[in-house]
Design a protein around this ligand. Sequence first.
Ligand SMILES: Cc1ncc(COP(=O)(O)O)c(C=O)c1O
Length: 427
Amino acid sequence: MISENNQQNSLSDVTYPLYENGYSYTGVNGNIRDRLPVFDDILSLKWQRSLADRNGDTRKLLPLWIADMDFETVPTVKEALQKRISTGIYGYSYIPESYKEAVADWFKNRFHHSLLSREIIPFTGVIPAINAAIYAFTRPRANVLLQTPVYHPFFKAIASTGRTLLKSPLVRKNNRYEIDFVGFEKVIREQRPELFVLCNPQNPTGRVFSREELQRLTDICLRYRVFIVADEIHSDIVFKPTEFTSTLNLNNEELSRHLIVCTSTSKTFNLAGLASANIFIKDTLVRKRFLETVEKLGQQGHGPGFIQTIAAETAYRTGKYWLRETLSYIQENFAYAYKRLDEELPHVWHSEKPEGTYFLWLDFSRYGFSNRELENLLLVRCRIQANQGYIFGEEGSGFVRINIACPRSILKEALDRLVEELKNYRV
Ligand SMILES: Cc1ncc(COP(=O)(O)O)c(C=O)c1O
C-alpha cells in the first residue's frame, strides 16, 4: 500500500489520507517514517476495534487508545523474521545464549546494568510475570500496593490471584504527579502490604521517577519488608532531559533480595503483538522462588518462541537508531500537542513536560463532565477512541489517556476535533 511516487520531503509534511485510500501511509524515503504505519484493520487490534465501531459515521474513529505505536517496527527485525519464517522449520526451539547477550548488552549500554545470563528470565509477557510474582511473594489474601492512577491490568492481577488491593495515590503538585511519601509509608505501616507493584515510567501519568524518589520509595519498602515488582516496560520511552533510573541502578544488595524487574521490547520497538518480556532477578533465592512458582502454575511452557526471541534479539542489536528517531518524532508530537492545548484548550490540564511513555494524560475536570459525558464527548462527538481515565482507578476520573505514538496528521485531526467540540462548553 506504500506508493513509490507519493513521498514526502520532511517529517512535518507527512500526511495521512484520513478520508481516502483506506489506511495507507507514505513518509520520507530513507527515514523511519516511510516504513511506518501501514494501517490495516486486520493486522492491528487498535485499528480493528475502531473500525468495527464506526457506526456509519463518515468521520473515521481515530484510534488513540491501547499502548502500541502506529509505526512499523525496526526494518531489520522484519527482515530477520522473514528470513526465519521462510525456512518452514517451526519445531521446538531453544533460546540461544546470543539472545541473552543482546538483552544484557542493551541494558548495559543504556542503563549500566550488569546482568549475568542466569539473571535474565525470558518470559511471555510482563503481566503474566506480575501474576506469577504475586503468587510467589505474597500469601493468599495478602495486601498488594499500587500507586494510582495506574495501568489497569494491575487491578485485575491482584483480584485474579485472590489478593487485596491497597492504594497510595500519586498527588498532583507543581503541575506534575508526585509521590506522597508520608501517605505511602502510612499505608504500609498500617496495612502491611506484602508486595508493591511499582510502575516506572508511570502509565498513565507519564512520570519518570528520579533516583532520589526511587531511593526513598524503596527504602520505605525495605524498612517494612515489602517485596517490589518494578514494571519498567516503558524504560526506553523517556524524553530528554529526563533520564531513566532503574531500580537496579540503586545498587542496593538488600533491595535485590526483595526485587524483580520486568522489561520488554514490546513498547520500545512496537512488538507488543509478539508477547514477550525479560524479567531480571539478581538474587538466587528470589529467582528460585519465582521459577518454582512459574513451574507450579504451568506458566512457562517452552518460554517465548523463536519468533519473539529473534525479534527481540535483532531489535536490541540493531534498533538503537530507529528508537532514537521514533522518540524524537514522538517528542515533537508532544511539543505540538502541548502548544495547541496551551493556546486553544487552556482549561484542559496536562503535565508540565513530557517525561516518559507516549501518552498524553489530560484532565478535563474543569468542564465538570461526568465520566459518561466525557466518554461520550470523545467517542461519539469527536470520534476519538482514547482510554478513559477512570479505568486507571478513581483518581483518573475526569481524565483521558491519549496515545500520541501516531502520525502528526492524526494527532492534528484529534486536536482539531477536540477544540471544535469544546467550543460548545463553558468552564
Ligand atoms: C505498565 C505496563 N505494564 C505492562 C504492559 C503489558 O505488558 P505485556 O503485554 O508484556 O503483558 C503494559 C502495556 O501497555 C504497560 O503499559
